[in-house]
Design a protein. Structure first.
Length: 185
């Protein structure tokens, strides 16, 4: 059974593909036209899936910070993402960053495949401004957040079970003492 989301994505892909073929005119030899059409097709499908080309965002570094939070990293087996834009902060006022942007580099230093802490250190080390290269990939962020929420839920469950076991062990001696009182009489 197909989900509504899958049908909408397929319909969107068909519309993007149709629009692309109706609007693109490439002059040149057939080989050049084929390569250009292939590149445009890949870009159109990537855009329909919520991916975009990398872009550069430059933010001023102020006393209040940069106005966004990041999550992810090598230790979590995920890319580093902009997880939150702080209301009223520098990033929101600038308008160039979005929640769901994957952080690719900070001031020319790649953070792809790096630990979370390295990205944070690079952001903190920036002097007057920070130049970020980012790519908008919200679906990947949503999947990553869902995975983290599953892990948090499982951890909470384990902690609750451990707490219940500890409480049961603490209550066990008092129950044994109570039983021995009845047996002595």
């Amino acid at each position: 059974m197909e989900t509504v989301e899958k049908k909408l994505i397929e319909r969107n892909e068909d519309q993007v593909y149709q629009y692309m073929h109706e609007t693109i005119t490439v002059n040149g030899c057939p080989d050049y036209q084929a390569r250009a059409t292939a590149k445009a097709t890949v870009a159109a499908f990537a855009a329909s899936e919520g991916h975009s080309h990398p872009r550069v965002v430059e933010l001023p570094k102020t006393e209040e910070g940069l106005g966004f939070n990041v999550m992810g990293g090598k230790e979590q087996n995920s890319p580093i993402y902009i997880s939150r834009i702080i209301p009223g902060g520098v990033a929101e006022r600038h308008g160039g960053l979005k929640r769901g942007d994957q952080l690719l580099s900070v001031n020319g230093v790649s953070v792809e495949g790096e630990h979370h802490e390295k990205a944070v250190e690079l952001l903190k080390a920036a002097k007057d401004s920070v130049k970020l290269v980012v790519r908008y990939t919200p679906k990947v962020l949503e999947e990553m957040e869902a995975r983290f929420e599953k892990l948090r839920t499982a951890r909470r469950r384990q902690q609750q079970q451990l707490l219940m076991q500890q409480q049961q062990q603490q209550n066990l001696p008092s129950q044994q003492n109570h039983m021995s009182l009845f047996q002595k009489k």
